[in-house]
Design a protein. Sequence first.
Lengths: 293, 475
Amino acid sequence: MGAFKWKALYWVILSVAFLPLVCSALLVLGTNIFLSLHDYTARTIATGAPFVGIANYSYALTDSRFLNALKVSFLFLVLCVVGETIVGVSLSYVFAKPLPRIISKGKVLIILPLAISPAAASLIWRWFFSTQYGIINFLLALIGIQGPDWTARPTSALFAMVFVDLWQWVSFTFAVLLAAMQGIPAEVYEAASIDGASEWTKFWKITIPFLKRSLFQIVLFRFALLLREVDKPLILTQGGPGMATETISYWIYRCYFWFSQIGRAAAMAVILLVIANIVCETFWTLRGRWQNA
Amino acid sequence: MRRFLINGLLLLALSAGFLAWAQEVPYTELSPAMLEELNTKLREALAPLGPQPYKGVVIRGCVVRDGSYDIAVWLLKQSDFEELTGITVDIQLLEFEEKVMQQKVDFMGHTGMYDIVSVDQPQLGEYAEAGWIIPLDSFINDPRFPDPQINDIIPSLLDTCGTWNGKIYAFPGPSYGNLLGYRKDIFIAAGIVDWDGTPIPPVTWTEYLYYGRKIREMFPDMFAAVMQARKGEYLSYDVGTYLWEWGAGYINGCDVYYPEYPKYRVLWDTPQALAALKFYKQLYEELAPPETITYDIAGFVSAMQSGKVAMGVLIQEAVGTPLEDPRYSKVAGQMLYAPVPGKVNPDGSITRVSHIGGENVAINADSRNKEAAYLVARFLVGPELAAAYSYLGGKPFRYSHFTPEAIARYPWLAAQLHNIETGKARPKIPEYPQVSDIFSAAFHAVLSGQAELEPAMRAAAAQANALLAEIYGGK
């Protein structure tokens, strides 16, 4: 086949793969923006929603619930990403070394939680955290500790959400970083050992720099997934107690499905998209500088 | 390879065994005679329509899984309804939140996937105003269709659960009306008995608090109250009885009317409401399990079934069967039921208000077979199934549910009728879900210790009033 035909085939395949994705994304985004510029509510759906311009946007940006949800989401995101990264790096560092076969098999158990859907995981842990019937407080009671009301207090409720997320997603961090660590040439560590470097120095000066690219990908990927987190506040805490665990996506879900405030929910979703884009752009810029450092 | 095959076969065998064990033929108490009686009534009612008038039509429904709809759907499928009408009935039973989501996705996408839907009482206005469900009056008045016997429906339910702006949009379905449930054994052990040794239920909230404290003192591991206090509509529902009995309510002009306040103003920050909410908080702090504020329906029922709660104002889903089935409940045979306690008024009278409501069956505006859908809705909650439905434990909404056999079987039914006839229901305006959310978020923060009652409820009331003023300002 001539070079031209190969190039044409290349573009056809690319188009078949990407065009539907791009078109559907544009269609969804366009519909969302259209909804956000109109006052779509249960009252106006049947009779026709009036055009309100940016009124829904200004409502969202001055709505205390929305702003609180942004704050909770940011806190939840930071705690999850930092926690998963630290635990993932630690676990992968341990498992990257030669280990007895039986311990090495433990990798499968670490990755297993990722096979469970987030909703199922939240449901399982909702019962684990139960003060009356949960296994966590039962085990704590065996060693003489009275467990807290995990999802009935603001701090412990947020912690419970973070813990469940960590339990499930550290598997992902672990798998990615383990593969990356196993790709680090052994000679680099040997040379460092010969030069008298300590374990900590080798970890900080060799392992972490080699993992930069993977760490960046993990942080960006988890950031995107955590922004849309609905399962845990929905199933574990209902956004409570009070508004302590109301994430932004959960609040948008409530506005759309429960209050039928469709226009306002659409505006919040667009604002969230803009924030996500700004953060991703910032990440990408910082990534370039960090990797070159 | 051989090990893989053996493991695979073993797993298959275990799964099959588990599924066989888990299979349960429900409602074996329905006798052939009862089923035949039901079918006779169906044949009489459907005779004018002729044989199989809707042959080949499939009617799909999305209704709440609440135990009662399970019974109604099972009865309809067991009966000759499908054979007589030619309609194939395919009804999905879903948990409440999932049901709402599935319905709204269908409505907003106009897919018409569901022909009939169950609508929770406070959402009736929202669904009707949005044009998602259609009025049933034209079908009810159409002489072709069997008479739904509207007079048999308890009027308070028809008014609160089925009617919006003067039109019937839904047939009332399994209702809820709370009752007091209390433990016979604990009351006797605590000495809360009459001269003849029979346990005395609290008649007023003062007595409730007194008995509760006594029980807590004598049995430190036992709780004396439980609420469905999870953030969201659970909590909003649960405080209803207290708000009404203390002389307050949710939204003026909707569930109650006090001329000293303007219409469409929330009432949570009135002195009466603050007193009611303060008492509710007191009950929670003194008598209830700490994790009560995480209890939804399942949590509430489990708490009662566990035997760790001596008494409580029972949500409908906890009344009767869930607590009396020894397979699931440690308190089977120990529960007694009475009307909810009342608030003592300054003149010495006692105000008792049960909180009523229900999941009611309506027709999707996008249904492509509205007549067939109407028939299914009409018979799903119709008088023909009433005797069998109530005998199997379905929650009542028609006078014909209160048969001697059902009352003999479920002693709480006698108290239930009075509760439903005289009870109150939440507002059903389209803005209620959002207003309710504002309330529950604020009050839940109070219960969990994050906020003080008065400032939190005043701030929430201001927010809710601003929202209502946008729609109803000046009305």
